[in-house]
Ligand binder design. Structure first.
Ligand code: GDP
Length: 302
């Protein structure tokens, strides 16, 4: 329901598709598909994916597989679902057999990293998982306090920087050592927000990753890039750069309860072949949901 209301603007942009398809006939296919492509572009799907979707529809119409506007609409939804699921790999967390497993969240400032980590702790605790949090956002003064509040709310233990000058890799190192010694199941590592264009800070992420792997070979098991669902196409560039630097294993798409512009996540998944694992639908404890591609497509196209 929250995602559905979050996508109201996108559905408004795409309402034209329903009108077009209502009066579709074979002779007008090219015009209708041009306008459909335009509507997808306006809804942040991005040029490459909009063209790809329309091309699939054109082929199917020409082959006589789609004979009515309603069939074209269903095929449109199917192709978006296909793009989201076929390349997106496993949408479940892959934590491996060895404990503790390590999950690191990365992303730009204000995207929802700390909040998502808190909500994720809540989900895992509900499953009986013993969670340790690591306050690796050492740049933003309030971030550690914010994470501490989440630790209290979720009843999780937390490792915080011991001094003001402590850097993220040393906080994470300390956390994984403790996690290993004290038999935790999962360590949730926050990191500082950074623009994907700030190479020095991006390099720090590599240092964070190495610090974790030094104690637990093969970790982090998951590096989740938090993408702000209200930002539109900019998220494609972010995803490319973060993936190139640290190797992203999944996305958390946040703020889908606001005025979401989620169309472009289809481009992100299609281009990078990395799955969306969770969506954020609010600021409360229960507002992190596993990604459900079908519900997502239904919310966009209804
Ligand atoms: P960070 O800088 O990436 O750690 O971002 P924060 O976790 O501090 O979040 C930035 C703001 O976005 C905060 O006010 C959060 O409460 C808010 N926020 C995060 N996730 C969501 C979400 O899914 N929905 C809504 N409505 N707000 C969110």
């Amino acid at each position: 329901e929250k995602i559905f209301s979050g996508f109201s603007k996108t559905r408004e942009n795409l309402a034209v598709v329903d009108e077009l398809l209502l009066y579709w006939n074979l002779a007008e296919t090219d015009r209708v598909l041009d306008e459909l492509e335009e509507a997808l572009l306006v809804s942040d799907f991005g040029p490459k994916i909009s063209f790809k979707i329309v091309d699939i529809l054109r082929d199917d119409i020409k082959a006589g597989k789609l004979k009515s506007g309603a069939e074209i609409k269903e095929a449109l939804k199917r192709s978006v679902l296909q793009l989201l699921t076929s390349k997106g790999g496993n949408t479940e967390l892959q934590l491996g057999p060895r404990k503790p497993a390590v999950i690191m969240v990365v992303g730009v400032n204000g995207g929802g990293k700390t909040t998502s980590l808190g909500k994720l702790a809540h989900r895992l605790k509900n499953e009986g998982v013993k969670v340790l949090m690591a306050a690796g956002d050492t740049f933003r003064a309030a971030a550690s306090d914010q994470l501490e509040v989440w630790a209290e709310r979720t009843g999780s233990e937390i490792v915080m920087a011991e001094s003001e000058n402590a850097k993220a890799p040393s906080v994470l190192l300390q956390a994984v050592k403790r996690g290993k010694e004290e038999g935790y199941d999962v360590i949730l590592c926050d990191t500082s927000g950074r623009l994907h264009t700030n190479y020095k800070l991006m390099e720090e992420l590599i240092a964070c990753k190495k610090a974790v792997a030094r104690v637990i070979p093969g970790a982090p098991n998951e590096i989740l890039l938090v993408l702000d669902g209200t930002t539109g196409l900019n998220m494609l560039q972010q995803a490319r750069e973060f993936n190139e630097v640290v190797g992203v294993t999944g996305f958390i798409l946040t703020k889908l309860d606001g005025s979401a512009r989620g169309g472009c996540v289809v481009s992100v998944v299609d281009e990078l072949g990395i799955p969306v694992k969770f969506v954020g639908v609010g600021e409360g404890l229960d507002d992190l949901q596993p990604f459900d591609a079908e519900a997502f497509v239904d919310a966009i196209f209804s």
